[in-house]
Ligand binder design. Structure first.
Ligand code: FAD
Length: 225
């Protein structure tokens, strides 16, 4: 996702920002679920301005490219000549959204996200735009038209599953391997523990342990011959 790029923020239905948008997917979704207990925040709205659309990819569309008409018809992408128009189109509180963006833009001018610390961590800056100055991730939302798209939590992986050893063999509760049974991917307990640090944390271990399992099975097969 490009949500940590400059000129964009996430708001709930009251128009308020409630997180550092530069966090990992996991932190992002946890924040949204938590926020939804207090204020309707599922979906939340990803707010962008024209500068964002000109400079960055949006859901596979190249920077500056005409956006699919179908996106506007289906409601996947909303557009407004003013922030008030955009808020109305999204069912978001217009005064809340306007106040949030005024506050955010003032923080951008000061070069510091005083509320949520977006840009304080190398992680946020890496997800931003390395060529954007003065901040890789903070950019004002001021150039009309304005855009929004709904964002809801999803599932890209799990942390539970069978426990395996260094050869990807499935272990019994007593810690001994079950001969001939290997596992990798979402069926196993994650090598990342209970954290999903970022993109690759799922597919990387899946294919690595697939390789480890296949190699061990092949070696075991060879030694049995
Ligand atoms: C939108 C999206 C974006 C993602 N982006 C990333 C990313 O950028 N980086 C990253 O690391 N991860 C990403 N992930 C997560 C990652 O793709 C998955 O966690 C990973 O593919 C899981 O691999 P797996 O082999 O464990 O399971 P799967 O890829 O789900 O494979 C399980 C296979 O088992 C088959 N199957 C199920 N039941 C049976 C049955 N009874 N008999 C036979 N076959 C069966 C299924 O058809 C499937 O082919 C993303 C996921 C999504 C949804």
């Amino acid at each position: 996702m490009n949500i940590a790029k400059p000129h964009s923020i996430i708001v709930d239905r009251s128009g308020a920002r409630y997180m550092n948008e530069g966090g990992s997917y996991m932190a992002f979704c946890k924040n949204m679920l938590e926020r939804n207990r207090q204020v309707p925040a599922i979906p939340s709205w990803w707010i962008m301005d024209e500068e964002y659309m000109q400079d960055y990819m949006f859901c596979g569309a190249m920077p500056g490219a005409k956006k699919s008409e179908g996106w506007f018809v289906s409601g996947f992408l909303k557009k407004g000549d003013t922030l008030e128009d955009l808020a109305r189109a999204c069912g978001v509180d217009a005064a809340g959204l306007t106040a949030t963006i005024e506050g955010f833009n003032a923080n951008v001018d000061r070069g510091k996200d005083a509320e949520f610390g977006r840009g304080d961590r190398a992680y946020d800056r890496w997800l931003g735009d390395p060529f954007h100055r003065p901040s890789e991730t903070l950019g004002k939302i001021e150039k009309a038209p304005f855009y929004a798209t709904p964002v809801a939590p999803g599932n890209v992986g799990i942390f539970g599953g069978v426990v395996t050893d260094t050869y990807a063999r499935v272990l019994r509760e007593d810690g001994t391997p079950i001969p001939g049974l290997y596992a990798t991917g979402n069926t196993t307990a994650s090598v990342m523990g209970r954290i999903y640090p970022g993109a690759g944390a799922s597919i990387g271990p899946s294919f690595t342990w697939g390789y480890v399992a296949a190699k061990h099975a092949a070696d075991a097969g060879n030694s049995a011959v």
